[in-house]
Design a protein around this ligand. Structure first.
Ligand code: SF4
Length: 334
């Protein structure tokens, strides 16, 4: 939950999640949709899916207990080196050193290590250093101390070297280069993606949401809609390659063959901007007022003002907000 989310913002999610899933069995048995709904708003939905998939393996394979052996932990969905080392050292006192962004920064400054830390060879070197420093008597406490040092004193912009308990060993500080470490990573160039979405509304304020896209073998391009809606419930959404309204009409004919759409009035509802990793998305929402919502296999009819009752991505939430604002200014004709 704390990936890209502040602690204060994650706490209510954490409490709600643990209230509903107090132990591994309830999480394993829950419908995926409910897990995603409780996660909705935190982003990185693959983590919620993996958390549940891991629970579904822990129950039958490990009798409901998180495994103690490193290889068993790494075999669980969503558990990588860092998470496995953190869980095993903190929960079971196993001797594994954690290496995350905070710890890597401390170690890079401590040893005055230059270059991109995520470069595989350099990262392996940092892991070896972390393993060598690990306090074998209390690895969990040691790991937490290292992470805490990075989070509170050895911070990215202004390390508090005067207060630092390891200042006397720090090569970066001695050389006066601590603040410039770690060196900047090469950033992936931003790709602009333009999308459009249809927000149908009927007289009762209901709208149409399409179900989470199924896994496809299709190559995922920068404008791959299933990825951009986080594989969750979403408005009919399409990649724009020309004039958005014309693209929308063609798209609707494709997903609703036979539906009489000629009389529909498409009301532009502004512009939504959203970023997903290296993609900068501009989405053009269109309101379409109808007497009766069109039928689309698997779709659900749900109040536009309450679409959060289904698991949706932040992009879909922003689109709903833009549509509601546009609707308040210019109610759609039916
Ligand atoms: S002395 Fe400064 S740069 Fe070195 S580890 Fe401590 S806070 Fe970080």
């Amino acid at each position: 939950m704390l990936q890209q989310t502040r602690v204060a913002a994650a706490i209510p999610y954490y409490k709600r999640f643990l209230h509903r899933f107090p132990e591994v069995h309830s999480l394993a048995a829950a419908p995926e949709e409910e897990v995603l709904r409780l996660w909705s708003g935190l982003g990185y939905y693959s983590r919620a899916r993996n958390l549940q998939k891991a629970a579904q393996q822990i129950v039958p394979k490990h009798a409901g207990q998180f495994p103690k052996r490193m290889e068993d932990a790494l075999a669980l969905p969503g558990i990588g080196d860092y998470t496995a080392a953190a869980i095993l050292s903190i929960a079971y006192g196993e001797k594994h050193a954690v290496l995350d962004g905070n710890v890597a920064r401390v170690l890079a400054r401590l040893g005055a290590i230059r270059g991109d830390l995520r470069e595989p060879k350099r990262w392996r070197g940092l892991q070896n250093t972390a393993d060598g420093l690990l306090e074998p008597e209390s690895p969990g406490d040691w790991n937490q101390a290292m992470m805490e040092l990075g989070a509170t004193l050895c911070t990215p912009k202004s390390p508090q070297c005067l207060l630092c308990p390891i200042a006397q060993f720090c090569e970066g500080r001695k050389l006066g280069i601590a603040e410039s470490l770690p060196e900047k990573r090469k950033k992936r160039a931003t790709v602009e993606v333009i999308l459009g979405a249809a927000i149908f509304t009927d007289a009762e304020g209901l709208t149409l949401l399409l179900p989470p896209p199924k896994n496809t073998k299709e190559k995922t391009g920068a404008d791959h809609v299933p990825t951009l809606v986080s594989k969750m419930w979403h408005f009919p959404t399409f990649a724009v390659t020309g004039e958005p309204a014309a693209n929308l009409a063609a798209f609707l004919r494709r997903i609703m063959p036979g539906v009489q759409s000629r009389k529909w009035q498409l009301i532009p509802a502004g512009k939504v901007r959203h970023a997903v990793t290296y993609r900068a998305i501009t989405l053009f929402p269109f309101l379409i007022g109808v007497k009766k919502l069109p039928r689309v296999p698997g779709a659900r009819q749900i109040p536009l003002s309450d679409i959060s009752s289904l698991p949706i991505s932040n992009l879909t939430r922003k689109v709903a907000r833009a549509a509601l604002e546009a609707q308040a200014l210019a109610p759609a004709k039916r």
